[in-house]
Design a protein around this ligand. Structure first.
Ligand code: F3S
Length: 387
């Protein structure tokens, strides 16, 4: 594997222990991936922030990194944690968990991670441009960056993303190479997608069906301002039932244009509304969860404005909403309830990497939450259509 002079020196420890460790990990991973070289990146996004995911061993690892002098060398954001930064959600956890989760966040910020992040939509804080190389963990952000922005990132693991943040580099393999970004099959969605939940269900279905990089023909008839929320939920859902890092959506993905005339020669899969209906459930809880991936306050207001009558019909009593940390100040103005529905904001948090056993069940419009909440958070989840 080719290494530049600077990379050789970093690997030898000339620039300190933390950089040496990062280079060591990266070079080993790159060799396993048969990467010819490293590629410089401009933005790393780190996952594995929840105490429920990384535990005490994870904290020890992070503390050791700090002792070695770890600092990010490029702009770095982090995924949501398990506990929101507001008191209401913290009530559900023991003080020990709160202290440990806080410690993880403090260490990450001390290493150089943007304190306004702790979100799975880091592209709203800093939007990558076409062709830019990134090292992002978090499957929903990876598929968005590749598919909607035309940036280049593999689905990094939490550790490799952190090592890449310190070294400013990652392996030149997978999605960083143009030859791996071509469609291998065409998927035609035979019905118009009319809601966030329909987008989610369709994403879950395609994730189960897809084998490579799909070229997707689809139509969304959704309020223009909510289209991006639906698209994010579609991609996040697709990435949760597959390992797919990139899809080429006709008329949406910047790289899809190249294949407009060529995709018809690929194997074609058609999807009918009946196929995706199986992902809809009957109501399981009067608690509704929104924000997987995170939504911002403007998007939330629009969702609520368009759905308040449906929420009343469904007898929703409480709303949990995950929002990015940068929205924290804004939400302080809106805390409270809406027409009898209590709203609990979770800034910087993700219930999916939490412990929701006390809640028992959550309704949601998001396919990724429906897919993972039962597996990781100990509650059941159902997909319902509200907007
Ligand atoms: Fe984000 Fe958590 Fe969903 S990280 S995409 S809110 S599972």
């Amino acid at each position: 594997m080719y290494l530049s002079k600077w990379e050789e020196k970093a690997l030898q420890g000339e620039f300190g222990e933390a950089l040496q460790l990062s280079m060591n990990v990266l070079v080993k991973v790159c060799r396993a991936l048969k990467a010819e070289k490293l590629v410089e990146i401009s933005h790393a996004h780190v996952s594995g922030v929840s105490y429920f995911n990384i535990g005490d061993e994870g904290i020890e690892f992070l503390e050791d990194l700090v002792k070695k002098g770890a600092k990010t060398s490029i702009y770095t954001t982090a995924n949501p944690a398990s506990i929101a930064f507001l008191d209401k959600f913290r009530d559900s956890y023991s003080s020990e968990i709160i202290v440990k989760q806080r410690k993880i966040i403090d260490i990450l910020m001390s290493i150089g991670i943007d304190r306004k992040s702790f979100t799975c939509i880091p592209y709203k804080l800093r939007m990558p441009v076409l062709g830019e190389h990134l090292a992002w963990a978090e499957s929903s952000a990876v598929i968005y960056a590749n598919s909607i922005l035309g940036a280049k990132t593999n689905r990094e693991g939490g550790i490799t993303a952190l090592m890449a943040a310190i070294a400013g580099r990652t392996c030149f393999s997978g999605m960083h190479l143009d030859e791996n970004r071509c469609p291998t099959e065409t998927i035609v969605i035979d019905f118009p997608i009319r809601s966030i939940a329909e987008a989610s269900a369709t994403g879950l279905y395609i994730g189960n069906a897809v084998r490579g990089i799909p070229y997707i023909k689809m139509k969304m008839y959704i309020d223009e301002k909510l289209k991006n929320v639906a698209l994010r939920s579609f991609l996040a859902s697709l990435a949760s039932t597959s390992s797919c890092p990139l899809v080429l959506i006709e008329g949406v993905s910047p790289e899809a244009q190249k294949y407009v005339d060529k995709h018809s020669s690929l194997e074609k899969i058609s999807i009918d509304f009946k196929d995706v209906q199986t992902f809809f459930d009957s109501m399981c809880s009067p608690i509704l969860y929104l924000g997987c991936p995170h939504i911002d306050i403007d998007e939330l207001e629009l969702i609520l404005r368009n759905s308040i009558e449906v929420l009343k019909i469904l007898k929703i009593e409480k709303l949990y909403v995950s929002v990015p940390m940068y929205e924290q100040e804004k939400i302080l103005k809106y805390i409270g309830s809406l027409e009898g529905i209590e709203i609990v904001y979770l800034p910087g948090a993700c219930p999916v990497v939490s412990d929701l056993k006390n809640l028992k069940a959550m309704s949601t419009v998001h396919g990724k939450a429906r897919h993972y909440i039962p597996k990781t958070a100990g509650a059941s989840a159902c997909l319902v259509d509200i907007v």
